[in-house]
Design a protein around this ligand. Structure first.
Ligand code: ISE
Length: 315
């Protein structure tokens, strides 16, 4: 079976996924594209549909990849679930906790996992090797992790909250994935803002307290000027190990292999009737932790993370 993928959103990430589907991914084709800007859609695919919901329901589309703007994700994921189609949704699943929970509820009522969330770092060879090292006991039990997340520059639409909801959401997800544990509380420190920061609180220094006691600190700096620089060092009881990569202009180059592996795994899963990668529940938790971080930033105090009860579907 060749998976005919419907793509919603043909901006930076949508165009990247379209290129991967056409050039590198086996077992799938680009079956149709929608974008608010029809010219942008036409630039990435041959079959352009004018209505995203018609694309989702189209009999010639087997699975849907959502790479539209963040606030539009929920409506498209819900429509995809109603159509019973596998979905890969770029992060965040939805920008607000309530939206994420509506998706979780809708998926639970279908009785099966159809939603995957695009947390591509889970597929980055360096992070995968780090998890293997930790799980094999090679550095002993984890005690701390130090993370750096720098972007060369942020778009003019970026807000101080987005350092948490758009950028640090990756460290939130990767911490949960690496340690198999939940983040119980978030504190946000505010260094002197960089002269390039404008209105933004940039950089920020975050501290995540995991339920099991591991502490994770994250420097998020979205106007670091020199490039895209993402890495971490995990400190264990008897050693340390890291994940790093080249400094690149932006995330597309740094995580090119991760995006390719993520998309291939999703397609392979669709062909086998399995949802792979981060789940809707993982998407919900990432948004819930990021929102706790926004509260911590605004209130200037340590903020506990409160999570809903995890449905059986995600165990
Ligand atoms: C962006 O949305 C991403 O996902 C990038 O990986 C991250 O580095 C950037 O800060 C986000 O805005």
């Amino acid at each position: 079976m060749t998976v005919r993928v419907g793509l919603i959103g043909a901006g930076v990430m949508g165009a990247e996924h379209a290129r991967l589907l056409t050039d590198s991914i086996t077992g799938a084709t680009l079956g149709g594209v929608y974008d608010v800007d029809a010219r942008r859609a036409a630039a990435v695919g041959t079959r352009v549909l004018a209505d995203p919901f018609a694309l989702i329901d189209d009999a010639g589309i087997d699975a849907v990849l959502i790479a539209s703007s963040d606030p539009t994700h929920e409506q498209f994921v819900l429509a995809g679930l109603a159509a019973g189609k596998p979905l890969l949704c770029e992060k965040p699943l939805a920008p607000d906790v309530a939206g994420c929970l509506r998706i979780v509820d809708a998926e639970v009522s279908t009785g099966r996992r159809l939603v995957s969330v695009g947390f591509m770092r889970r597929y980055d060879p360096a992070y995968v090797e780090l998890k293997r090292t930790l799980d094999a006991g090679e550095i002993g039990g984890a005690v701390l992790m130090h993370c750096v997340h720098r972007n060369a520059s942020a778009p003019s639409t970026f807000t101080s909250s987005m350092l948490l909801t758009s950028s640090a959401t990756h460290e939130i997800d990767i911490s949960r994935w690496l340690f198999g544990d939940e983040i119980a509380a978030v504190t946000v420190h505010r260094p002197r803002p960089s002269s390039r920061a404008g209105e933004l609180q940039d950089p920020q220094l975050l501290v995540f307290e995991l339920a099991g006691g591991v502490l994770v600190d994250v420097e998020v700096f979205v106007n670091a000027q020199y490039g895209y620089d993402v890495r971490c060092e995990l400190v264990g009881e008897k050693g340390s190990a890291g994940a790093s990569g080249p400094v690149t202009p932006d995330w597309r180059d740094r995580f090119a292999e991760a995006y390719r592996r993520e998309l291939q795994d999703w397609v392979d899963g669709v062909r086998q009737g399995q949802a792979r990668g981060a789940s809707a529940w993982d998407g919900y938790v990432a948004t819930a932790v990021a929102q706790a971080g926004v509260t911590a930033l605004e209130a200037g105090r340590r903020t506990p993370v409160r999570l809903a009860t995890k449905p059986e579907l995600y165990n």
